[in-house]
Design a binder for this molecule. Sequence first.
Ligand SMILES: Cc1cc2nc3c(=O)[nH]c(=O)nc-3n(C[C@H](O)[C@H](O)[C@H](O)COP(=O)(O)O)c2cc1C
Length: 226
Amino acid sequence: MRKRRALLIGILLVLVGLVFAWDFSRGQNNGSSSSSQTQTSTNSGNGTTSKAKKRAGKILVVYFSRRQGVYNGPLKVGNTKRVADFIQKATGADEYEIVPKKKYPRSYDRTTEVAQEEQENNARPAIKNKLPNVAKYDTIFIGAPIWWSEYPMVVRTFLDKEQKDLANKTLVPFTTHQGSGLGNTEEQLKSQFPKAKVLSGFSVTGDDAAKAEPSVNRWLKRIGVK
Ligand SMILES: Cc1cc2nc3c(=O)[nH]c(=O)nc-3n(C[C@H](O)[C@H](O)[C@H](O)COP(=O)(O)O)c2cc1C
């Protein structure tokens, strides 16, 4: 009788041991599979970023910035240049500044008159510096302050001069302004470059440009460039 009880207890102990061993090994496996899941999602995260960058290809940020502010100039850094620099920093792009041959007046009011005159005459003010080799880029950001609801005419000089090389690229407008947003810049790019892919642009008021880095980064992610 005692022998049978001892045997039963022995069997029970072995069974309990087996259940423990099985459960432990299951826990171990779960642990390793969840860590491998984390690994995969990290990888796929990186994959997405590099995919976006791959899609954007080689990037150029073109901008014009007057740097005289409205009635608070001269500014240390022009409003539009600030946004251009944030894009450059986030994407590792090359940067090109459109420098007009003839400087615009320091006075805001005088500049608005000159700009209006240029617009009315559909002028193409000359660019002082050497143009970039646009052909070697895939995505070109084109930024400027809004002048009378449009790109300043000196930016139109750039667009005309690069007409052929910009034709089949991905183009992205960005602006700083005092209330006009992107103005007609998206429409300008779409109508002048019907074969180009024009991505949704970014705009910020001049006063907020210096602190726009987080919103620039969010926008770049949204359009699949970052
Ligand atoms: C000639 C001229 C015309 C402007 N026209 C407009 C306009 O139509 N709409 C607007 O919202 N802001 C207008 N602005 C304000 C500028 O777009 C704004 O101050 C911009 O941030 C300046 O950028 P910058 O420092 O890069 O030159 C105008 C400014 C100038 C000098």
